[in-house]
Write a protein that binds this ligand. Structure first.
Ligand SMILES: Cc1cc2nc3c(=O)[nH]c(=O)nc-3n(C[C@H](O)[C@H](O)[C@H](O)COP(=O)(O)OP(=O)(O)OC[C@H]3O[C@@H](n4cnc5c(N)ncnc54)[C@H](O)[C@@H]3O)c2cc1C
Length: 315
């Protein structure tokens, strides 16, 4: 109920106006967002690299309403790729298609992302396309497939809460497309997504095993930018332990997969896994459009919501 409320608020303009004005929101969002500028994101990525962690930089933004805004987002990603290259930072980039104009026009969005993918390729880098709500799933997968066949350096995200995900994952892996597996962060109806957490968790483990099998023989680069075929994005220790046990039982080496977590979430777990020799990549968001991202982070954990509510009403 609480989760649904916060996911609904993440899309409400009036709530955005109200909540972003509150100093407590800005303060709390700082836990999940590295800063407003590319400089702040690069500094955060460097600090992570120093701890043996990799990064993926995300310029916050989604659901743009005009082409100029979408072009500006692409320009920012070109700058981010240049800064990563110039600084020798072990990071790639993650982007959302609704920030690149998917809701305006598919072909425009494709061209806009193509600019970034082409530039990333010339820098020896990689672009991950985040997955948004189910209104966008088919077009997102189509776009990733199209640019994968042109550039090769672009990957997708599969959400374990969707019934369709096993078929999508197998098709992408067969095409050699790198996959990030997550549970899924949007509000979806019960005819599209498992309503119960236990079913989502069980599907996550099943899909992680399928993905690990596919990644066992896939190629990988070790410069910290191009990820392996399998990226397991979760902070759930049960999911992580299941993946570790499966990899060990099937002799899948550590360099065939990576774990991924969000900036500011379970930092001690991030470092613990890296210390054990696992590749761990941290999703590092930056920019001023933090509201929907922040609300999804609140929705994921009731304790975050209560902390937010208590702080809002505390004197
Ligand atoms: C690198 C990365 C990229 C992602 N990309 C996408 C994407 O493209 N599309 C998409 O739909 N979703 C994406 N997600 C979000 C994902 O779908 C989940 O909503 C999120 O990761 C929470 O699920 P969990 O696997 O951590 O498990 P959960 O069962 O939700 O959480 C397990 C434990 O992790 C901790 N935890 C989890 N979330 C939080 C939080 N916000 N604050 C504090 N503690 C927390 C808590 O201790 C919790 O008990 C991504 C997540 C990661 C890590």
């Amino acid at each position: 109920m609480l989760q649904r409320t916060f996911l609904a608020l993440s899309r409400a303009g009036w709530a955005q106006d109200l909540i972003t004005q509150m100093p407590v929101s800005r303060q709390m969002a700082r836990r999940f967002v590295s800063g407003e500028t590319i400089g702040a994101a690069i500094a955060a990525a460097r600090a992570l690299n120093a701890k043996g962690l990799l990064a993926t930089l995300d310029f916050l933004g989604e659901s743009v309403t005009n082409e100029a805004e979408a072009r500006r987002a692409a320009d920012e990603y070109l700058r981010a790729l240049d800064e990563i290259a110039a600084g020798g930072v072990r990071a790639n980039v993650s982007l959302k298609l609704t920030q690149f104009g998917l809701d305006l026009d598919y072909d425009f969005c494709l061209q806009n992302v193509r600019r970034v993918a082409t530039h990333a390729r010339s820098c020896g880098n990689f672009v991950r396309v985040d997955m948004e709500g189910t209104l966008h799933t088919d077009r997102t997968l189509a776009l990733v497939r199209a640019l994968h066949s042109e550039c090769g350096n672009i990957g997708a995200v599969i959400q374990a809460y969707l019934y369709r995900s096993e078929a999508d994952l197998l098709a992408l892996a067969d095409a050699g497309i790198r996959i990030r597996l997550c549970k899924g962060a949007y509000q979806e109806p019960p005819d599209k997504a498992y309503p119960n957490k236990a079913d989502v968790d069980a599907n996550y483990i099943k899909l992680a095993q399928l993905l690990l099998d596919r990644s066992a023989n896939a190629e990988r680069s070790d410069d910290g930018r191009i990820p392996p075929l399998a990226a397991l994005a979760t902070h759930d220790e049960k999911m992580i332990a299941a993946a570790q046990a499966y990899a060990e039982a099937h002799h899948i080496p550590h360099d065939r997969f990576e774990f991924q977590m969000l900036y500011g979430v379970r930092r001690e777990l991030q470092e613990r896994l890296a210390a054990k020799g696992y590749a761990v990549r941290i999703y590092v968001p930056y920019g001023t459009h933090w509201y929907p991202y922040f609300m999804r982070r609140l929705a994921e954990r009731p304790a975050n919501v209560w902390f937010f509510v208590r702080s809002t009403f505390a004197k």
